[in-house]
Design a protein around this ligand. Structure first.
Ligand SMILES: Nc1nc2c(c(=O)[nH]1)N[C@H]1C(S)=C(S)[C@@H](COP(=O)(O)OP(=O)(O)OC[C@H]3O[C@@H](n4cnc5c(N)ncnc54)[C@H](O)[C@@H]3O)O[C@H]1N2
Ligand code: MOO
Length: 417
């Protein structure tokens, strides 16, 4: 379906891309590999936290009834360092020397910090009495066994790994990252680090898109870029689809979930991606956006009779980046069950006016000024302006019907983080 301009709408293409990706399956991974992944199941606490009543202070465990008159001197009936497992009940009229984290003996209801005593070893003089219960960490006061401590869909960060470990979990069930194969095309491209000849440019889309895939929660494999030759492109693609992909030891190696190409999709005489994939299950369309107009999406037959989702991005580096932001990042995050599918969006005034092409949603790079609360267009609209993109922290979104905005006009802004 296309709009009155003959162009496909951004929403329609976004839906087509999102529909290609199945929800990522759950895998159990060691805690150390769960960072930034999405929890696939609720985590139910198997134990209480704290698992036993313990002292919050180095000091003396006593019975409050023995501190009716102060100062009080009590014999020290036992010594309880953290980790002691054979603590005896506290005899009335005695104190137990106790360390932070050590189990409070049965019968004790009060912990007196060492600073309120003479720090005695056999006998202790207690000068001040905290209220009963103070400095005692109660069983289950943090987490109660049997309760849900982390909901499915939570992004696992340091604190979530901490509580999972504290509850005794060596692994978590998380969504397996999508395995994304990146394939750049262009005879003019040279690998960074090698000498540049006349008419050549350094290949930058693969490295940029690999980082974007990783940031979105996927695992990227970069197939070496190929020249603008249909047979070579198909051969490189078939070879790459045959290989295992993924990030190794976690057991999440396996066939690729998504192929992303860059370049070779517009109107020139050598459009290798378009020529190779037209009629093979990939639909090419012009999308009403700038940059990022030439797009393609569909599925491709892979070895073993599978069909693999394919998204073809335009080659201009800023077009590739913007297309990833608009179509792929949300689709990948939705497939991962990520709670934040879209970037945070704000509406703020422009600091400088800008023009936008009629009938297209323009995605302009921007820089936010936190002091004035405005956004400035960062560089021009050209889709080759990668240096400007690298200096931007926001994307300004101009609706298709708007062709001119003035300084002070409110605009939608995506925070790129
Ligand atoms: N006659 C027309 N020409 C063009 C049209 C059109 O509608 N009619 N569309 C323009 C638009 S818009 C875009 S976007 C580009 C898209 O072109 P392709 O996707 O076919 O990409 P290429 O031609 O291969 O490359 C475009 C540009 O980007 C550079 N490039 C490509 N790949 C990389 C890479 N991996 N790393 C760095 N730079 C890359 C390439 O050298 C070109 O300069 O087409 C317009 N033309
Ligand atoms: O769609 Mo192209 O991305 O404008 O340069």
């Amino acid at each position: 379906m296309t709009g009155p301009s003959g162009l496909r709408s951004v929403e329609e293409h976004a839906a087509a891309v999102a529909a290609l990706l199945a929800p990522a399956p759950a895998v159990r991974l060691p805690l150390a590999r769960c960072l930034d992944r999405v929890l696939a199941e609720d985590l139910v606490a198997a134990i209480d936290l704290p698992p036993f009543a313990n002292s919050a202070m180095d000091g003396y465990a006593v019975r409050a009834a023995d501190l009716a008159a102060l100062p009080a001197t009590l014999p020290v009936s036992q010594d309880i360092p953290a980790g002691r497992t054979d603590t005896a009940p506290l005899r009335a009229g005695t104190a137990a020397r106790i360390m932070t984290g050590a189990p409070v003996p049965d019968g004790a209801d009060t912990v007196v910090p060492v600073e309120r005593t003479d720090a005695g070893v056999d006998r202790v003089r207690i000068d001040a009495a905290p209220a009963p219960g103070v400095h005692v960490r109660r069983v289950g006061e943090d987490v109660t066994a049997g309760t849900v401590v982390l909901r499915a869909g939570t992004v696992v960060r340091a604190a979530q790994i901490g509580v999972a470990a504290a509850l005794g979990n060596a692994e978590l069930a998380v969504r397996r990252p999508l395995r994304v194969l990146l394939l750049s095309t262009g005879t003019e491209l040279v690998e960074p680090g090698r000498p540049l000849g006349p008419g050549q440019i350094y290949e930058s889309n693969a490295a940029m898109l690999a980082a974007a895939v990783t940031e979105a929660g996927g695992v990227a494999t970069v197939a070496h870029f190929v020249t603008d030759d249909v047979d070579r492109f198909r051969a490189a693609l078939d070879r790459a689809l045959d290989l295992p992909h993924g990030d190794g030891p976690a057991g999440d190696d396996g066939p690729v979930d998504l192929v992303v190409t860059s370049g070779g999709v517009s109107a020139g005489a050598y459009e290798v991606v378009k020529d190779a994939l037209t009629g093979a299950g990939v639909e090419f369309a012009k999308v009403a956006m700038q940059p990022g107009m030439p797009q393609g999406a569909g599925t491709l037959a892979a070895p073993g009779g599978r069909r693999v989702p394919v998204v073809t991005l335009p080659g201009n580096p800023v077009s590739s980046y913007v297309s990833f932001e608009v179509f792929l990042r949300p689709a990948v995050r939705a497939a991962l069950g990520h709670p934040d599918v879209t970037r945070p969006v704000v509406r703020v005034p422009l600091s400088t006016g800008l023009d936008s092409p009629p009938g297209k949603r323009q995605f302009r790079r921007g820089q936010l000024d936190a002091v004035t609360g405005t956004v400035a267009p960062w560089g021009g609209p050209g889709s080759h302006l990668l240096g400007w993109l690298a200096g931007a922290d926001a994307m300004i979104v101009v609706p298709p019907a708007v062709t001119r905005l003035e300084a002070g006009d409110d605009v939608e802004v995506w925070l790129l983080g």
